[in-house]
Design a protein around this ligand. Structure first.
Ligand code: DGY
Length: 352
């Protein structure tokens, strides 16, 4: 192809293969795709080398988009499209300074993440990790069934245990979808910690309370969130404002029968404190889709203190990994980057 022709093409660097959505990019004559093809996470050095002259960039939450990278890209960069609802990995001040649009994928993953949060709550309460490992280790043949083996706290209410309180750190779209699912379990109370700057949401809370037939939907402070929650869902974004908000002091205030579920960001929970809480029985169990150390490549090994805790179920950040959802996220990510390089309005732009 001639130099003139190639100069008319928009270069898009793709850090994550978008699977069935890749042809949306690769089959366009006006787009040149440079993509990272290895299985492991995109190498920063590779990205810095290849970004020069790019108009668009496709990333995920693992790729740090900062000033150094934007400088390496040069003045053509018009859009960063992330296949995630989270955007803590993107330096928004730099984006604003350089007038770079940011595309992301909210809403479409809400149900998939809510499903996985409920799954983790059930797994953590009902000792699914321990009992599954037991069978995989061939211990069932010698198992003497007893009434209280593998027992854990019950998520649903019953006539003999009629109240259940769920707590939320982060009470946005995904939390509401979790609450809707848990209403079917007979949950009675819903408490949440509002963002410090947020206006009271009295009407919304009254609406949720009526809709789900609950006794209470109410904002509380952090000590009350810790002390009252039977299951605490962490669905808050990462970043400095939430870093290690769940620390030893918080965990010590939780009930010994309580369970912590994290589908938000690993950085919100101090892993060492949580491992101690599990070991010493401050709380009953944990279900984690995210772990602080996952930010370090290779950081969550089989020796990680939380992976070693028998009552901790750890999954490798797969909350939105439902096939239909991921395909839709991939398509939206591709459509966002295409619109961005063409100078059009993004289908779903981050308003920052
Ligand atoms: C997100 O979207 O931010 C998730 O963490 C990855 O699906």
């Amino acid at each position: 192809q001639s130099t003139a022709a190639s100069s008319r093409r928009h270069k898009i660097v793709v850090c994550k293969d978008l699977g069935p959505a890749m042809p949306l990019l690769t089959q366009r004559p006006d787009i040149e795709v440079v993509n990272w093809t290895e299985e492991r996470r995109c190498d920063r050095a590779w990205l810095l080398q290849n970004i020069s002259g790019a108009s668009g960039l496709v990333v995920c939450f693992q790729d740090i988009i900062d000033r150094e990278l934007v400088d390496a890209a040069g003045p053509n960069l018009r859009v960063v499209s992330t296949i995630s609802v989270g955007y803590e990995h993107i330096a928004l001040d730099v984006m604003a300074e350089r007038k770079i649009q940011v595309g992301y994928t909210p809403d479409i993953l809400t149900d998939a993440v809510a499903d996985s949060a409920v799954m983790l709550a059930l797994m953590a309460t009902r000792a699914a990790g321990q009992s599954y490992t037991f069978v995989k280790n061939n211990q069932w043949p010698s198992f003497n069934w007893t009434p209280f083996a593998f027992c854990g706290p019950q998520l649903s209410t019953t006539s003999f245990s009629p109240t259940r309180t769920v707590g939320f750190l982060g009470f946005g779209r995904i939390a509401h979808a979790v609450l809707a699912r848990l209403a079917a379990f007979g949950i009675t109370h819903c408490i949440y910690s509002p963002r410090p700057e947020a206006a009271p949401q009295t009407e919304r809370d009254a609406h949720l309370q009526t809709k789900h037939n609950l006794t209470e939907v109410a904002p509380v402070d952090l000590p009350a969130l810790a002390a009252r929650s039977d299951v605490l869902f962490i669905l808050a974004p990462g970043g400095p404002a939430t870093h290690h908000l769940i620390d030893a002091a918080f965990l010590r205030q939780m009930k010994p029968s309580s369970v912590l579920v994290n589908n938000g960001r690993g950085s919100v929970v101090d892993s060492i404190a949580l491992a101690q809480a599990l070991k010493e029985g401050w709380i009953w169990g944990a279900g984690l889709d995210v772990v602080d150390e996952e930010a370090i490549p290779g950081g969550v090994t089989a020796e990680h203190p939380l992976v070693c805790e028998p009552r901790c179920v750890v999954l490798p950040h797969i909350g939105s990994a439902a096939q239909e959802t991921r395909e839709e996220m991939a398509r939206l990510t591709a459509r966002n980057v295409i619109a961005g390089v063409l100078g059009e309005e993004l289908p779903v732009a981050l308003d920052y």
